[in-house]
Design a protein around this ligand. Sequence first.
Ligand code: IVH
Length: 704
Amino acid sequence: MTQGHTEAEAQRRIVALRDEINRHNRLYYELDQPEISDAAWDALMRELLALEAEFPHLVTPDSPSQRVGGKPAEGFVKVRHEIPMLSLANAYSPEEMREFDRRVRELVGDAVTYVCELKIDGLAVSLRYEDGVLVRGATRGDGETGEDITANIRTIRSVPLRLSQPITLEVRGEAYLPKPAFEQLNAAREARGEPLFANPRNAAAGSLRQLDPKVAARRGLAVFVYALADASVPTPETHSEALRWLASLGLPINPETAVYTEIESVLHHIESWAQRRHELPYATDGMVVKVDRFAAQQRLGFTAKSPRWAIAYKYAAEQAETTLREILLTVGRTGVVTPTAVFHPVQLAGTTVSRASLHNEDLIRERDIRVGDTIVVQKAGDIIPEVVRSLPERRTGAEVPFAMPSACPACGERLLRLPEEAAWRCVNPSCPAQVRERIIHFASRDAMNIEGLGEQWVSQLMDAGLVRDAADLYQLTAPQLTQLERMGEKSAANLVAAIERSKGNSLERLLFGLGIRLVGEKAARTLARHFGTLDALASADVAALTEVPDIGPKMAESIRGFFANPAAAALVARLQAAGLNTRYLGPTAGPAAAADGGAGTSEIDSPFAGKTVVLTGTLSRFDRKQASEWVEQLGGTVTGSVSKNTDILIAGEKAGSKLAKAEQLQATGAPLEVWDEERFVAALRKAGMAPDGAEGAADARGGD
Ligand code: IVH
């Protein structure tokens, strides 16, 4: 693309691109007024990177290409890192580690001590304590500007809200999702037909950047602090002592640190963890080696991107060869048929694996995977097994290419592949495999939360002919249940009680449990809040549905389609006849609310619960989208226009016609309230929402 530039042309273009990108970064990060799309920004950056790759000597340390990528998500308040959050240079071999050691010794002399720490596979966070109190948690973002995620950080149990001493300090660490929590999360997503997280890192990032702290709270995140960035009191002289000191203040420090004076000992330590690390309950992808003495760190300093006093040794993803025995097809809740590779068991990253999802037909074709092939398998993010490739050179001729069958493996009905989809679907809505998955989803924790009704029991109940759909669950009796293999009287009574309890759930759980295509947990909540009853929702037309904020035309069509389908309507009628509650019981009500882990809005005195709120004008501290999210998290409904149903109008600077309309309504005696930004922020603060950060961000910009 850039071939053929003379150096002078390239130089001119590089300077122009840098100015342009810096200007857009300022517009984006500091002014929150982007002028171009992310895609257009990416294109500028790509052009710059290409030119710099062609003329490497034109690269300067201050080029925007030298920053670490990643933009704050819309909806989070931005936070400037006074001390930038850097990343580390990587090493992939002992030789590169020895090279690092030579550079260090050249600069600081031979008396060096190294600290080895496991490299936790999560994402970097910065925690700030003032007078011992946690006041801010932030993501790295681009290293200079991150996102205020205080509300989510506060939900992490391993992060103390108060230190053992009233010190002001800032620390850096890694937020991660422990392996069991990751597996549970993915299992739940799979049961709901949602896309899986590829590795714990993505899952942790996704969880921390949840706008709803309640969701983040449920994910089970944890943190290890690995660095002291700044403190108000004199601090130790070495990193290893600093870690001990931070631990004594109550901060979570990874226990597996070791100190050595020789690089060969460091290498031995690295080697000794290559296998052992898989036994840890969290994912690691390397070993970080840091010069211990702060004075030496200072002398070594930084390159444009990373400190010269530390390096990350990365373990290679472990791979193994095995033979593919068969490709198994499973039918999900929405009829999607997923191929799974079943291979001879192999040891990989600490466990024995014998299966890996192949996702879809196209992937099998692209990787030319045939039954009988010798295949290479690895674990993505050290957790999820995947088939990397086949080894065609090992073929004997007996291998069988894969072809998707034309009939459903569970019910024999036709399979259909829609032109825009990679997946094949079974078109039979009463396919027993789909029905089974639908019932499992209906009973799952985030839906009707019927405790004790796992996959095994659903299968047994279906095999025994006791259950054909979710409504049948409500006809089950304890004597029927005790007929099942391994079901005692006590468990039967518990299960019947759990089923009975679920009748009292608030509407959003039922809605989510029905498994309407495209309707996830959040949309279910929005719909329940907006329509109030199942009947009102069932009779809403597409126009009424798309009026609801966040409900797009596709989802509206899907909801309409669901209720217009006679089989679905019959199921709903039977659930109603069984005595299930079909009303929205408010943000905290319903017996299953306790499953929110106690971090729900129930503990918060919410000024917006049940209120209809309109936002208008310019808010100075955050954008309107963020403000809407907060109102919704606090149980309010945000709508776009002022009417007599509006309870609160939040009016920022330059509010226009909506404010006029509200004042007009007030004049006619409507109980509508008009709030300015100050009052809104005060209300948010009182309700425990992110306003500390909002203030922090305003301060950082030297604002109000
Ligand atoms: S030290 C200025 N120590 O790995 C040095 N990083 O690119 C800051 N990480 O961004 C990093 N475990 O998110 C350090 N024990 C550890 C770590 C660690 C994981 C992450 C961190 C950093 C990335 C390195």
